[in-house]
Design a binder for this molecule. Sequence first.
Ligand SMILES: Nc1nc2c(ncn2[C@@H]2O[C@H](COP(=O)(O)OP(=O)(O)OP(=O)(O)O)[C@@H](O)[C@H]2O)c(=O)[nH]1
Ligand SMILES: [Mg+2]
Length: 318
Amino acid sequence: MQNSTAFSRQLAMDISHSSLLDEFKKAALQLRLHQLEAQPLNILFAGPQGVGKTSTIKALFGGALLEPSSSDAGRYEMGNLVVWDYPGHTGNPEQDAMLDMQLAATLTERDSNGNPLIDMVVVVLDAAERNLNSGYRLITEVLVPALGDKLDSRLVVGLNKVDAASYGYEWDYVVDSPSTEVEIWPESTATLLRHCMLDETGLEIAPVCYAAEFARRDEAARPFNLLKLMNQMVVKLPLEKKLTLIDAPLNAQTQAWYESDDRNNYLTEMENNLFDLVYEGAKDGARFGGLLGAYLGKQGRELGYLVRRNLRRTLHQE
Ligand SMILES: Nc1nc2c(ncn2[C@@H]2O[C@H](COP(=O)(O)OP(=O)(O)OP(=O)(O)O)[C@@H](O)[C@H]2O)c(=O)[nH]1
Ligand SMILES: [Mg+2]
């Protein structure tokens, strides 16, 4: 159920078989896909102990990624994607200082082309924790200085465990979504965090509230707002790295991507992002009458249809 159906490969195949795209357009799109594919992508997950870093990685990438390929525990490789599961503070001051130093060193490391080795840091915080200070210090004292100028596009902040943060409010079985209270508590924490970060570092970043394992009364836990988190990662990554994330073996469970605070919007945003990526010069998905690519005429509409179909397949939303 994985890489044989990677998004970009299937899209390239669909483009070449399409009867609505002319040969010139096909060649241009294939070239573009070819330029964008097979870029290495390193994503590092960091945060205090027990916040759900490993659970988040599992929720996004399913089981496929969780086979450490090197002697390095906490570093998972799958094709061009490398995921780092960075340990949190232990409470031992010397050891913690060492961890911070190693983290800063990893973030300032460059590849052979002079680009940062780590493309993106996802900081996971526990929304249920009343004291977010250690995670906040990690951002302001370790990550912000180490990430340097490309901060905005390299940092994603996730507030995990929104279910546990909601103090007794839970799934609303009548409308089959979390009750509003489930969203309000963590969202106000996210707003507070946002203001503090802006104030202290000038960094404008909106934490994403989600749950890697939303606890259910009598069903197995499953993610909530995972698509929102994924979308934020796709939006922030530089153009040449986006496809690597979409091509990674994403969680194959339909349910994993299903429940969001407003799931259609995130899917639409992701469709727009991917369309613009492949169709050079397009903006916001070139929508016309809501239809992806339609503003660019018949060929745009056809590519829009193919992008949309393949994204839905990739996220198991068919
Ligand atoms: N209620 C709830 N529990 C969660 C959620 N995500 C993770 N957990 C639980 O939180 C605990 C810690 O999760 P991990 O993924 O091991 O956290 P971690 O950050 O990798 O922890 P360390 O590697 O020890 O630093 C586990 O018991 C998870 O089941 C969530 O969204 N909601
Ligand atoms: Mg862990």
